[in-house]
Design a protein around this ligand. Structure first.
Ligand code: NAD
Length: 497
């Protein structure tokens, strides 16, 4: 199939407005939040900042739909049919969804079309296929008893998403929750609200009962906080920064001791041992690992830890990979590099680089922003050497295309450096020695280990989630479906004496 013409005029894209509650758009006269285009900083449109009463209206709608529509009580394969149809509609609307994703987020239209949209559909399809596969367990009990564990939906799940991959994040949150029979109220990021609204529209077209999937827009401190503490939200599924995750965990504890799934930040290493099969391949993994989406990915591999005998040729090979990277408007299909989401985040990146330089770090490639991009902030891919475990750029998540470089003498030192005191989201291990790869895999405390590659595949069965302050629980995989259900233990004495 040939790729359709993807270039488009961003000012001609029709933007959904308001909230999506009970199967329809819901307009309010709440304060409006301006949404900007990251490529050039221009104003794109507005979304409302949902008040407590709008959040309450959304949650009440969701609870009512959950109790009356039969979504949670029907056979899982019937839910699966709706979810499969939803995935098909997402595929059918791939061009318009990719364009909607591109206007407010940092996703270049060609990547949104080739990867974000199909991955979104695949994630929903995966949970549709899994819906009737996890039913609970039969317990080994006395012969005159029957013990079993029955898995049931929670009711209404509150989902809160970040701005960096809005379509995918919506499918990772809503796919398992809906397949398990819950209703959902999702709050996308106030910076990237539009594609989530469109997905909710398509869910209705696919046959999902109105009120089962609702979208409320607004800021974190207002709408997100109101959603977290709402008494009828039975569980909160959050993806975002570690700082916000802690606030949500605390609020969920204070307002009903609610369970939480938290997918948080990272500072992931790319550990390269002395012997790798193909240095150029390793360099590609490293370059792509820290520059994809302009470095604004939770799993970005932002710490290169290289054996001293390979470090120099490896760094040269990484630089060669970085040379051709160039900025461009996200709505041109030739653009492959993402801008920084906004000025605040751009300044934060610069300030972390400056703090690191003040602590002795040296910029050995890149630094600063590409010029001539209006008010868009395209940060040059940047390498920082002369760093230690205490350098700010090594300790803190930067969320920009900045790679720190450390070297080591032996396996023990390499594995030690790969560990991080705070984060444990992902790690890349590059070596042609399988024993060495397995030893590193066992010892690095991270939720995902990639060996001789860096980045997810399309295999939705492989879950994602962090150790330590990178999170609690998993998105994707059967683990995400299980975490969308609560488990009831039943013991029946069927021959009571
Ligand atoms: P963020 O924490 O600032 O915001 C995430 C969401 O939480 C937004 O919708 C925001 O409005 C909301 N929010 C903010 N304060 C809130 C509060 N007090 N109560 C309720 N909701 C609140 O994160 P971000 O800047 O949007 O996203 C970037 C972060 O997300 C990075 O740290 C990145 O690593 C992380 N992330 C993690 C994963 C993962 O799978 N582990 C995936 C993507 C992004």
């Amino acid at each position: 199939m040939s790729t359709p013409l993807l270039d488009f005029d961003p000012s001609a894209v029709a933007l959904p407005k308001g909230h999506f509650i009970g199967g329809a758009y819901y307009a309010t006269d709440e304060e409006q939040i301006a949404v900007h285009r990251p490529s050039d900083g221009r104003l794109l449109g507005y979304i409302p900042d949902a008040s407590d009463s709008t959040v309450d209206f959304a949650v009440s709608n969701a609870l009512h739909a959950w109790k009356t529509s039969g979504w949670g009580t029907r056979a899982p394969r019937e839910r699966a049919r709706v979810l499969t149809r939803w995935a098909e509609l997402i595929d059918q609307h791939a061009v318009s969804l990719a364009q909607l994703e591109t206007v407010s987020s940092t996703r270049p239209v060609a990547e949104a079309y080739a990867s974000d949209v199909p991955f979104t559909a695949e994630a929903i399809r995966f949970f549709a296929e899994l819906a009737d596969k996890l039913g609970g367990d039969l317990a080994a009990t006395r012969r005159d008893s029957l013990g079993f564990v029955s898995s049931e939906p929670y009711g209404v799940i509150g989902a809160i998403a970040p701005w960096n991959f809005p379509l995918s994040m919506c499918s990772w949150k809503c796919g398992p929750a809906l397949a398990a029979g819950n209703a959902v109220v999702i709050k996308p990021s106030e910076m990237t609200p539009f594609s989530t609204l469109r997905l909710a529209e398509l869910a209705i077209e696919a046959g999902m009962p109105p009120g089962i999937l609702n979208v409320v827009n607004g800021r974190g401190a207002t709408t997100g906080a109101a959603l977290t503490r709402h008494p009828d939200i039975a569980k909160v599924s959050f993806t975002g920064s570690t700082h916000t995750g802690a606030a949500i965990m605390s609020a969920a504890a204070m307002h009903g001791t609610k369970p939480v799934t938290l997918e948080l930040g990272g500072k992931s290493p790319q550990l390269v041992f002395e012997r790798v099969a193909d240095l150029e391949h390793t360099a590609r993994c490293i370059a792509r690992g820290f520059t994809a989406n302009g470095g604004q990915a939770c799993v970005a591999g932002t710490r290169l830890i290289a054996h001293k005998n390979i470090a120099e040729p490896l760094i040269e090979a990484v630089k060669r990979q970085l040379m051709p990277i160039a900025p461009g408007p996200l709505w041109c299909s030739t653009t492959a590099y993402a801008p920084i989401i906004n000025r605040t985040q751009a300044r934060r990146i610069e300030s972390l680089i400056n703090d690191s330089r003040a602590a002795g770090a040296e910029v050995i490639f890149g630094g600063g922003f590409f010029e001539g991009t209006d008010d868009g902030y395209f940060h040059r891919p940047t390498l920082l050497a002369n760093v230690t475990a205490d350098t700010p750029a090594v300790r803190q998540e930067i969320f920009g295309p900045v790679l720190t470089v450390q070297t080591f003498d032996d396996e023990e030192e390499g594995i030690t450096l790969a560990g991080h005191p705070t984060y444990g989201l992902a790690a890349g291990v590059h070596t042609s020695d399988i024993g060495q790869a397995m030893r590193a895999m066992r010892r690095i405390a991270a939720g995902t280990i990639w060996v001789n590659r860096y980045g997810r595949s399309g295999d939705m069965i492989i879950p994602t989630g962090g150790f330590k302050q990178s999170g609690i629980g998993k998105d994707l995989g059967r683990q995400a479906l299980e975490a969308s259900m609560r488990h009831k233990s039943v013991l029946i004495d069927f021959d009571p004496a």
